[in-house]
Structures are given as structure tokens and as C-alpha cells.
Design a protein around this ligand. Structure first.
Ligand code: B12
Ligand code: SF4
Length: 445
């Protein structure tokens, strides 16, 4: 039986799958200068599908097609198609589903958007997997095999993270990606940030894999780069310390997301640095404390602590990638300059400023919908970095917010800002360089 697992593109434009020669040259230089090596692309492999592939019994023949990096062949010989649906790529996913179903191929939809809006997804597929695939995928395959697919599948419990199979990295070609050394170590989050919907799939309980199993997976990587696809690698500080201790002798370089307590617990920070933390994404979200309160993040974030935390991490050679959301409840037109100034002054290596996007499944979406604040539900425009403003902001117009986002991007990625950032991030020069030139390209074409 042939199964094809598909990641639909989030791009609204036709993709040019060829790489520019200048990018190839930059990567060649990078690979020769740094201890880690990168593949030939600028995207990351679809971990969700590689995970579903790993759950598939060996008697099935599985392929993975990622529309971000390759063209999808609608005429392929296939018995069952599985599609991973985010909000931004939902329409493209539904279109792909339609074209295969027109040929009589059965289609299963999964992923976060299908999970939070299963009824919508069910209109476009033969079955919808709600939540994690682990507890149900084998049942889906068996039912598909004997022609008794049900419209919905949902595991009875969140999966036990012990004994998880390694994602099928062998199904993607590393040269199409930044790297295929991607790994997930923990799932779930006890926090309730209003703009976030990860609980829908992963739940509120923080779960983690046994450290020795994680090490076994890391040891299988072809070079010391480790890209950790977790929401918060330090969600349980004691577990994180154990993990970092085990990583120290492996001499890897890792990238992940973490909450601010990473910088307020000296032992945790020390172990993280010694274990090879090179880039860490931290959701600072806003320069206004009122916003931190209004999004429900006061448990981990205090604006007054930000600069000190960034200094500490930068001094230890870590490139801090701070993310900010523009358009929160307390943001008036003054927020743009204030955020840009803060980012510049902080000296963080890799800033990101996106627009507030109420993804379905988040409490923000539910509230805005109830209050009539959503401008539309054209999912293809729901993206905080690539889309536009999809709601009526509280203290400005959508146009002001959009213009403000461009202003912040141009300010923080101006030549002067980038040069200063590189100068203060000398200890993490390569990741800072790579990040800034990539992002600068978006605002200065
Ligand atoms: C790592 C990550 C990224 C990475 C890499 C993505 C990749 N190629 O793997 C990068 C940085 C590139 C990224 C980009 C974006 N991301 Co992102 N990302 C994540 C993160 C932190 C982990 C995703 C992951 O790999 N999880 C591990 C896998 C195993 O779990 P999973 O995806 O949930 O899959 C399980 C189930 O959902 C299900 N499943 C999933 N697909 C399918 C398909 C089938 C057929 C079946 C049966 C089951 C199934 O089974 C899996 C195993 O249990 C999540 C947060 C999260 N915790 O999920 C956000 C998240 C997925 N990202 C999000 C967003 C918004 C984006 C962007 C659109 C941001 C933007 N630019 O505006 C882009 C989209 C890029 C793209 N082309 O897809 C949102 C999605 C919200 C939504 N409703 O769509 C999330 C949930 C973050 C959030 N806090 O809201 N992201
Ligand atoms: S944004 Fe991060 S901390 Fe907040 S609920 Fe989502 S995963 Fe948890």
C-alpha cells in the first residue's frame, strides 16, 4: 500500500524551487567557517509528517512531499494521502485534498488547524485526525485498508513520550533544507497565552522524553547541529538540567525556544550554555507590561527583566532571538518606535517583530470573533510574519498597524542596526550574521 504524506505550501505565490547562486555561495562559506554544516535549502523539514511516517508500519510504502521545497505530482501512484494542515496553508491543503479525491484517492487530514476546526476539515477529507497521531494512526490505516474510514479519529490520551520512534529523516533529502537534524524533546505547555493554540494538539501537561532516548537520537545526527522543535525547552527546569548535563560531552550546537526563566536561574543558564545553546528564541512579546498581563504571560515575563536577561545570554555567547507581537491591546501608534528602540538598545542578535494574529484555537480568536473584531477568516492571510492584519486593532487602524510593522522591520534591519548588532554579538557572530542578512532581505528588497 502506497501512502503519500504532504505538507502544503503556505506561500500564496507560485514557488520558484531554484536557489539563487549567491545563497549557495554564502552557505559554502558558512559551512567552511563554522563547526556545523547546513544543507542546501532555507527551510526546515516537516517534522510532523516525518513523525507520522515513523508511526507507519513497515509494510506500507511511505513518501513525503513538502511543497515548500518540491513540486507535488498530482498524478502519482498512491492509495492514501495524508495532509498536514496549519491555518495559513489550510486552503492549499484542501485544494490538494480535492484533487486527489477527484481521482478516487482517500485523503486523511491532520495537524493543528484540522484539530481546532475538525468540522471544517471534514468537508475536505475522508477522515480527520484530531490531535496527536500517535494513538490513532494505526487504526486509521487499518480502517482505510478495509474501506471503513471514520470521519474523525481522536486518541483517548496524550501519548507517552517514552519509546517514541525517531522521525523518518531518511524520507527527505537534506540538501533541500537548512538541515534535517531536527528533534522534538518535550510536548505540552501549562501556560495559557491568549494568542497561542498549541494546547489543542499537545495539551497543558508538560511531557518529556527519557534523556537517554533523546541522546540516542542526537547521536544519530550527521553533524553537531541540533535544531530542537520545542515550544519551551526549559518548561521543567529539573528535566532541562538533566538533559543539558547529558548533552555537554556530545559537544553539539543547539537552537530552541525557551521561556525567560532560562536567564533567571543561574544553574540552568550555565548548563544550557555549556551544553551548546547557540541560538535561543524567547517570546518577549511586548515592551509594555500591560500587554504582558493582557496576554496572560505575567507568570514568566517581566519587561523590567528583559535587558538584563539579554545581556547575560549575549555575554555567554548566545544569540538571542527575541520575538515581539505588534498590535496588542495596549499598543497605540507609539509602540512601533518604542519596540524598534528597545530591540536596538538590547543588542539581541536575532529579533522578530510580527503582527498579532488570532489563530483559531487560541482564546484570542474566540474573543475577537465574539466581539466582531475579525476582518475576515481568509486563512491564507493568517500569518504573523507573512500575512496582513486580519482584525480591527484596539487603538489604531489596520493600515497603521501594517505600516508600523514595516517601519519596525526597516528600523531594526537597517544597515546601521545590523552592523551594531554584529559588533555586540561577536561571540555568536555566525548565527547573528546569517539571521540578519536573511531578514534584512525581507524589508530591503
Ligand atoms: C518548529 C515550528 C516551526 C518551524 C518548523 C516547521 C516545520 N517545517 O517543521 C518554523 C520556524 C519554520 C515554523 C514556521 C511557521 N510556523 Co510554526 N511551529 C513550530 C512548532 C514550535 C513545532 C512544530 C512541530 O514540529 N511539532 C512537532 C510535531 C510532531 O507535532 P505536530 O506538528 O503537532 O504534529 C502532530 C499532530 O498535529 C499530528 N499531525 C500533524 N500533521 C498531521 C498530518 C496527518 C496526515 C496526520 C494523520 C496527523 C498529523 O500528528 C503529529 C504527531 O502527533 C509549533 C508549535 C507546536 N508545538 O506544534 C509551531 C506552530 C505549528 N507554528 C505556527 C505558525 C503560525 C507558523 C508560521 C505560519 C509562522 C508565520 N510565518 O507566520 C510558519 C509556517 C511555516 C510552514 N511552512 O509551515 C503555529 C500554527 C498555528 C496555526 N493554527 O496554524 C504553531 C502551532 C505555533 C503557535 N504557538 O501557535 N514553525
Ligand atoms: S506561547 Fe509558549 S508559553 Fe505561551 S501558551 Fe504557547 S507554548 Fe505556552
Amino acid at each position: 500500500v502506497k501512502i503519500c504524506l504532504i505538507q502544503p505550501t503556505i506561500s500564496r505565490r507560485e514557488i520558484n524551487y531554484r536557489e539563487r547562486p549567491s545563497v549557495g555561495l554564502a552557505r559554502w562559506l558558512f559551512n567552511h567557517l563554522s563547526p556545523v554544516s547546513f544543507g542546501g535549502g532555507n527551510k526546515l523539514p516537516p517534522l510532523a509528517l516525518l513523525t507520522v511516517a515513523a508511526l507507519t508500519p513497515p509494510e506500507y510504502q511511505v513518501t513525503v512531499v513538502d511543497e515548500e521545497v518540491e513540486r507535488l505530482d498530482f498524478e502519482m501512484e498512491v492509495d492514501l494521502v495524508g495532509i498536514s494542515i496549519l491555518t495559513t496553508n489550510a486552503y492549499r491543503g484542501y485544494e490538494i485534498a480535492r484533487r486527489f479525491r477527484d481521482r478516487g484517492v482517500r485523503v486523511v487530514l491532520g495537524g493543528i488547524h484540522a484539530t481546532v476546526l475538525p468540522e471544517e476539515a471534514a468537508r475536505h477529507g475522508d477522515a480527520v485526525v484530531i490531535g496527536e497521531a500517535e494513538g490513532v494512526w494505526n487504526r486509521v490505516l487499518a480502517d482505510a485498508g478495509n474501506g471503513s474510514l471514520k470521519p474523525f479519529y481522536r486518541a483517548e490520551a496524550y501519548c507517552d513520550m517514552k519509546g517514541m520512534p525517531h522521525p523518518r529523516r531518511d524520507l527527505v533529502s537534506p540538501e533541500k533544507y537548512i538541515s534535517s537534524n531536527i528533534i522534538q524533546i518535550t510536548r505540552g505547555c501549562p501556560n495559557s497565552c491568549s494568542f497561542c493554540s498549541v494546547h489543542a494538539v499537545a495539551g497543558r501537561k508538560y511531557r518529556f522524553r527519557p534523556v537517554e532516548e533523546v541522546m540516542e537520537e542526537i547521536d544519530s545526527f550527521d553533524n553537531p547541529l541540533v535544531l530542537i522543535h520545542d515550544d519551551n525547552i526549559v518548561g521543567d527546569p529539573e528535566y532541562a538540567k538533566e538533559l543539558f548535563r547529558a548533552m555537554i560531552p556530545r559537544k553539539v550546537y543547539w537552537v530552541s525556544q525557551a521561556s525567560l526563566n532560562l536567564a533567571t536561574d543561574p544553574e540552568l543558564m550555565d548548563l544550557a550554555v555549556r551544553s551548546g545553546m547557540k541560538v535561543v528564541l524567547i517570546g518577549f512579546e511586548s515592551v509594555y507590561e500591560e500587554n504582558i498581563r493582557s496576554v496572560g504571560k505575567s507568570g514568566t515575563n517581566r519587561v523590567a527583566d528583559y535587558l538584563k536577561a539579554i545581556d547575560k545570554l549575549r555575554d555567554r555567547g548566545v544569540c538571542v532571538s527575541g520575538t515581539f507581537i505588534l498590535g496588542l491591546e495596549n499598543d497605540g501608534p507609539g509602540v512601533f518606535k518604542k519596540t524598534a528602540d528597545f530591540i536596538r538598545r538590547s543588542g539581541m542578535g536575532a529579533p522578530i517583530a510580527g503582527i498579532l494574529t488570532p489563530y483559531p484555537g487560541s482564546s484570542l480568536f474566540t474573543r475577537m470573533k465574539k466581539e466582531g473584531k475579525l476582518l475576515h477568516t481568509d486563512w491564507s492571510r493568517y500569518s504573523h510574519t507573512m500575512g496582513d492584519v486580519v482584525f480591527r486593532p484596539h487603538r489604531m487602524t489596520p493600515e497603521e498597524l501594517e505600516a508600523g510593522r514595516r517601519f519596525v522591520g526597516r528600523e531594526i534591519f537597517s544597515m546601521r542596526s545590523v552592523a551594531r548588532r554584529l559588533a555586540v554579538n561577536r561571540k555568536a557572530l555566525l548565527p547573528t550574521l546569517g539571521w540578519n542578512f536573511r531578514k534584512r532581505g525581507i524589508f530591503y528588497r
